[in-house]
Design a protein around this ligand. Sequence first.
Ligand code: MN
Length: 234
Amino acid sequence: MKPIIGITSNVEFDLKHSLVNDYIQAVINAGGIPIIIPVGIDSDVSQIVEKIDGLVLSGGGDIDPTLFGEEPHQKLGAISPGRDSLEIALIHRFLEANKPVLAICRGIQILSIATGGDMFQDIYSQSNLELLQHSQNATRYHFSHYVKVESNSLLADIAGQTEFKVNSFHHQAVRNVVKPLVVTARASDGVIEAIESSEHNFVLGLQWHPEPLALNEDHISKAIFQRFVQACNQ
Ligand code: MN
């Protein structure tokens, strides 16, 4: 039996759901059956979690800073409160059930928020670091900057190496994480690029987008989806 993988979707001002096909195809290629999870079903997430084997938190817009006790910064982009609340509810239930979570781009940030961490609303105006360009002006499958990975991490185990290049399409980033989440990769400027759980079987957050890279035959990105889908099968 193939595992069923729920993928959260974007919703633009509560009007229209959308999801880039790369997420769907990357899950199919890795041996999973993807289904798209809509917003508006927060009270039913327990039932969803029983029915599906893994969760992909997909990329998208910004996150409501009220969720981590801040007011909106000038550089905050479009937010989707309904999406935020659904994803936080899903994360809580998935962690309780110890079922696999792969959190991509916006997903790594909502994973941090849902577990009590926080984030930069806009790294360029809020971080003291000398920053790289994290909003690359290139195709989705271009490798933009390096990440350095902690050697005893799930991500290093999957990648088989501790330094490699990734793409980068973000102006927000995780700031502080709370246990059981730990930081397992950073860009050379110090920006957090991967987090994972030290207590769960497979909870991995990535600030970059492995899905277009996987479809472009990048072996590390393919391995990320394959290991995730394998974990969903256990
Ligand atoms: Mn980046």
